[in-house]
Structures are given as structure tokens and as C-alpha cells.
Design a protein around this ligand. Structure first.
Ligand code: GLU
Length: 383
């Protein structure tokens, strides 16, 4: 088998297993001359419909609200302040959905608008609610079209960009692949807009420093996330055991080509077995409220033997947080290696540092748990 044939086989095997996909479409793909590109949306609807007819469930994460709103209210530049941006997004979102409605109706498919904020996904109940609702839509064979709820979101609660939102949706829905459709063919080893000899990276099995550097940050004029935000997304997705693709959403039949195993775009291979949706939520959706520094023995026991974090291995606590908060675990050199939900608040953990579990009750006056972080609530993120 030639290298090329081998690659096609890997891709084909991988896509054959995909029964649920998240497809993220960027503003650069959806717009043309500062307006929504109805032709691209139609092609996308056709591609998604074909996948659905083949038995694959599809969730679309779509940008384009702000760009489309700008056109509708006659603006040529993105507003500088938050209220105007949020108003423009409100205007544009309905227009964006109208295009999706029309495009999918041609293929007898219905769509549903789902607007999320990061805050929605950080609360376990709201997270599960969102998941249940999306599952019902998928059961009904309706395409959820998800965007950030730009009109109400405040800066601290933003997903950052839709690349990040698409990662969280992939985890939320336990999808088998994340396909990020953008306006270039994939990840290049150099910036193709500057270097004529830049070549497309077809496969990525490890995201190293060099690759991160190559992912030059060139956001489109209308969108937000650049290539570097896509590579950061790929890091999270592959760490959770899910493959991701960056490919051009402007190429006709791109979805079909990908599912046929064709060597298009950049495929990021998963780093390990698929993590459960709950562990993904802990590791990639929640924001860290602090950090716990542990000694080498504890770090080894957590990473190599899947143990819980006990007070005896703790050598420091950073930040103030309450019970149930998500914190980073860092080793004695300050390197983060895991994330987990704490059973004790920061001030209590400071009191418990270095103690044996049979000393907890005496020190605190109560003991609800032996573990500061139970292994079921602990996720290793590097190593
Ligand atoms: N939510 C924004 C919009 O619909 C896009 C954000 C992004 O592309 O990252 O315009």
C-alpha cells in the first residue's frame, strides 16, 4: 500500500464510524462581498442532507450573524462598541436562519435555532438540558443550527469564538468528529498568503510547538477566530479522543469528499480513547477557578495509576474557590497536568495540605470525603 492509499484508508475508516458530526462554518465561508452567500449555504444544506440521508446526525455551528446584520442595517465596518455589536447580531441572526430555512427546505429538512452562552454550558443542569433538547431535535431529524447568543452575552462569559463553541458542542453531544469549515484549504506549514511554497498539512498526529507557530493568526476581515484558534480547538478535541478536520467550506462537495476518505483538508488524529462527555465537560467547558500544586508522588499516582488526589500529596493552593469548583492540578514545577472538581473549598484545602486522610476530621471538625478530588472527577489533560 502506498502512503497515499494508507492515508485514504485511515480517513475512510475514521469517517465510516462517524454517526454524529458537528460542522462548524465560519463567517469567511458564509459571506461574500460583505453579505451572506446564499449559494454556499445551499451547497452546505445539500451536503448535510446527503449525510443525514446516509444515517449520520449533523449539528451545525454557524457564525455569520454579525456580518449578515451589518449588511441588513447598512454598516460597512464592524461596530466598535458592545451594544451596537449585540444589536447587529440580533438583526443578522434572524436573516441567517431565514437562509438556512430556505436552503434546507429544498432537501425536505427542517432546522432549529439554538443560541448558547458559555454560562449555559458551565452549569451542569443547563448543560444537560441543552443536551436533552439537542437530542430531541436530532431524533426528529431536524438540523440544530447553533450560534453564540451574541445579543445577551457579556465579555467574561463569551466562548471566545465559534471555534471554541464548536469544541464545547462536540463534547456536549458526544460527536464522533468536528469538521471546521473555513475559507482556506486547511492548515499550512507556513502562511500561504505570504509564502508561495507553503504546503498543506494533510495529517496531524501530534500538535507540537512548531505546528502551533505555523498556525499563524490571520482572522478574516469579518470573523473572529484565526488558524491559531482552530489549532487550539484541535488540541482540546484530539485530547478528548475525537478527530477534527479543518477544510475549505468553499470547495464544492467538501463534506462528501471527506466522508469518502479523500485526502482533503487537515485531519487531526485523536490522541487517545474517547473521553466521556462528563469528563470533557470538566476538562474543557468549565473555567478553572484556581490551582492545586501537588508533589511528584501524587502527580505520578494520578497520571500513571488513575488515583484520586488526597491531602497528603498537596503542597500548595492558588486562588480562592468553593466546594465543587473546577481547578487545575499542577506539578511541583508548576506544569498543569490535570483538571478536576474539588470536594473542599480552598481555605480548607490549605488547612489539609500534607495531612493523612485520618487527620481530616480533627483538622476541619468534619469530614465529608477522603479525597480532595475524587478520580471520577479528575481528568488528565497532558502527558
Ligand atoms: N457569533 C458570531 C456571529 O455569528 C461569530 C463568532 C465567530 O465567528 O467566532 O457573527
Amino acid at each position: 500500500m502506498t502512503k497515499r492509499q494508507e492515508r485514504i484508508k485511515i480517513r475512510k475508516d475514521l469517517f465510516d464510524r462517524v454517526k454524529r458530526a458537528v460542522i462548524k462554518v465560519g463567517t469567511g465561508v458564509l459571506t461574500h462581498e460583505q453579505d451572506l452567500n446564499a449559494g454556499v449555504i445551499k451547497r452546505l444544506a445539500r451536503g448535510v442532507s446527503v449525510l443525514m440521508d446516509q444515517g449520520c446526525q449533523v449539528i451545525v455551528v454557524s457564525s455569520g450573524a454579525i456580518a449578515s446584520g451589518m449588511k441588513k442595517v447598512g454598516m460597512t465596518e464592524r461596530p466598535a462598541d458592545i451594544p451596537h455589536t449585540q444589536a447587529v447580531a440580533a438583526v443578522g441572526q434572524s436573516r441567517l436562519m431565514l437562509e438556512y430555512e430556505k436552503a434546507f427546505a429544498r432537501y425536505q429538512k427542517k432546522v432549529a435555532q439554538v443560541l448558547l452562552t458559555r454560562d449555559d454550558l458551565c452549569h451542569r443542569r443547563r448543560y444537560l438540558n441543552a443536551r436533552n433538547t439537542l437530542n430531541v431535535l436530532l431524533d426528529w431529524r431536524i438540523v440544530p443550527i447553533i450560534n453564540e447568543n451574541d445579543t445577551v452575552v457579556v465579555e467574561e462569559l463569551k466562548f471566545g469564538d465559534n471555534d471554541n463553541l464548536s469544541a464545547m458542542v462536540t463534547h456536549l453531544m458526544d460527536a464522533h468528529v468536528l469538521i471546521n469549515l473555513t475559507d482556506i484549504d486547511g492548515l499550512y506549514d507556513k502562511d500561504p498568503r505570504v509564502h508561495k511554497d507553503a504546503s498543506l498539512v494533510s495529517f496531524v498526529s501530534k500538535i507540537d510547538r512548531a505546528l502551533e507557530r505555523a498556525a499563524c493568526d490571520i482572522p478574516g476581515a469579518l470573523g473572529t477566530g484565526g488558524m491559531s484558534s482552530k489549532v487550539q480547538t484541535a488540541k482540546k478535541i484530539t485530547t478528548s479522543g475525537i478527530p477534527m478536520v479543518i477544510a475549505s467550506g468553499l470547495k464544492p462537495n467538501i463534506l462528501n469528499s471527506l466522508f469518502q476518505g479523500k485526502d482533503v483538508g487537515t485531519l487531526f488524529l485523536p490522541k487517545r480513547e474517547k473521553m466521556t462527555s462528563r469528563k470533557c465537560w470538566i476538562a474543557f467547558t468549565l473555567k478553572a477557578k484556581g490551582a492545586i500544586k501537588v508533589d511528584m508522588g501524587a502527580a505520578r499516582a494520578i497520571c500513571k495509576q488513575g488515583k484520586s488526589l488526597l491531602p497528603i500529596g498537596i503542597i500548595g493552593v492558588e486562588g480562592e474557590f468553593g466546594e465543587g469548583a473546577m481547578v487545575r492540578c499542577i506539578d511541583a514545577d508548576g506544569m498543569p497536568f490535570a483538571r478536576g472538581l474539588v470536594n473542599y473549598k480552598a481555605s480548607d484545602i490549605r488547612k489539609l495540605m500534607g495531612l493523612k486522610t485520618n487527620q481530616i476530621a480533627q483538622r476541619l471538625g468534619h469530614k465529608h470525603y477522603d479525597e480532595v478530588i475524587h478520580r471520577d472527577n479528575l481528568v488528565i489533560v497532558v502527558r
